[in-house]
Design a protein around this ligand. Structure first.
Ligand SMILES: [Zn+2]
Length: 304
C-alpha cells in the first residue's frame, strides 16, 4: 500500500469524522483534496531534505546546502534559502500529521542548490616550457682536451644529448643547438633561443685550468644576469651539488651565449679535463647520466 493511499484513507476518515464538527478551523482542511496531498516527511524525502524543525505554524527542511521554510497556517508561504517562492496552498492537519500539496516538490526543487561538493576549478596546465640545450664547441673546435685525448666537444655533446632526452621524457620542449659534431656560431646559438622564444638556455661545457688539481663543476651567468637567470643557476647548483661533485658556485662572465640570449641563460662547466680523475669520470656513461639527471632536476625545478 502506498503512502498516498494511506493519506487518502486518513483524509477520507477525517472528512467523515469532521462531518458534524463545529470547529471552523478544522474545516479549512478542504479534505476532498487528498489526491494531491503529501506528508511533510514525503515532501522532505522527495527533495533530499530532512525535517530540521517542526512547529505549530511552520516546518523547516534542510540539507547541507539548503533551508526550506514552509508555513503551515492558512495562506502560508514557503521560502527556499531565504527567498519567498510562493503560497503553500491547501494544508491539512490530522493526528499531528501535516499534509501539504505534493506540487510543492516541483515548485521547490528548481530553487535548491546542489549539494555536490564544489570542486576548485582545475587550473589550466602551464604551457610546456621550451629549453635550449647547447653542447659547447664542436666541429673544428674541440674545446679543452683531457688526458688520453678526451675532447671537451664530445663530452659536452654526450651529456647534452642525455639532458635533452631526459627533458623530453619529462614533458619539456627541447631544442639543441647541435646534435652532432658541428660548430654553430656562438651568435647563432643565442639567436636560436631568441627566435624560439625559449624559457631557458643551458650551455654545457667542460673546464680546464693550469692547476691540474682543481676538480668539480662551476656555473656561469652573465654579469648583468636577470633574477630568473640567477634563480635557474641556483636550481642547477643545488641539483649538481647533490651529485657529490665539488662545486665552485655561481660565477659571472659575459660569454656570448649568456649575454646575447633574451631568456635566462646559464653555462655549466661539468668538471675539469685538466684533472685526471675528473676526465675519467666525464668519460664514464654512468657519471654522464648522473650529471644529466642532476641538470634536468635543476631545469625542472626552475621551469615548473
Ligand atoms: Zn668549453
Amino acid at each position: 500500500m502506498t503512502t498516498r493511499t494511506n493519506t487518502r484513507i486518513v483524509l477520507v476518515l477525517l472528512v467523515l469524522g469532521l462531518a458534524g464538527c463545529q470547529t471552523p478551523q478544522k474545516q479549512e482542511t478542504k479534505l476532498q483534496i487528498g489526491e494531491h496531498l503529501t506528508t511533510m516527511e514525503n515532501l522532505a524525502r522527495s527533495l533530499g531534505l530532512r525535517i530540521e524543525e517542526r512547529q505549530e505554524s511552520f516546518v523547516v527542511l534542510k540539507n547541507s546546502a539548503n533551508t526550506v521554510l514552509i508555513f503551515t497556517h492558512p495562506d502560508g508561504r514557503f521560502f527556499v534559502n531565504g527567498k519567498p517562492i510562493g503560497a503553500v496552498g491547501e494544508v491539512a492537519h490530522s493526528g499531528g500529521v501535516v499534509y501539504v500539496p505534493d506540487l510543492l516538490v516541483t515548485q521547490i526543487r528548481p530553487h535548491l542548490r546542489s549539494t555536490l561538493p564544489t570542486l576548485p576549478r582545475p587550473t589550466p596546465p602551464k604551457p610546456r616550457a621550451l629549453v635550449v640545450v647547447d653542447a659547447g664547441h664542436g666541429g673544428r673546435d674541440p674545446g679543452a682536451i683531457g688526458a688520453g685525448g678526451v675532447y671537451e666537444k664530445n663530452i659536452n655533446l654526450q651529456v647534452a644529448q642525455r639532458v635533452a632526452g631526459l627533458l623530453a621524457q619529462r614533458g619539456v620542449n627541447v631544442v639543441m643547438t647541435r646534435r652532432d659534431d658541428r660548430l654553430p656560431e656562438l651568435e647563432d646559438r643565442a639567436d636560436l633561443a631568441n627566435q624560439r622564444n625559449a624559457d631557458l638556455f643551458v650551455s654545457i661545457h667542460s673546464d680546464s685550468a693550469p692547476n691540474r688539481q682543481v676538480r668539480g663543476f662551476t656555473l656561469y651567468v652573465a654579469k648583468a644576469a636577470s633574477a630568473n637567470a640567477m634563480r635557474a643557476a641556483g636550481c642547477l647548483n643545488r641539483a649538481l651539488t647533490a651529485t657529490g661533485s665539488e662545486g665552485h658556485g655561481i660565477r659571472e662572465a659575459d660569454y656570448v651565449v649568456l649575454v646575447q640570449t633574451n631568456c635566462p641563460a646559464v653555462l655549466i662547466e661539468l668538471g675539469y679535463l685538466s684533472n685526471t680523475q675528473d676526465t675519467l669520470r666525464l668519460k664514464d656513461p654512468a657519471w654522464q647520466n648522473r650529471l644529466a639527471q642532476a641538470i634536468v632536476e635543476g631545469i625542472l625545478a626552475y621551469v615548473q
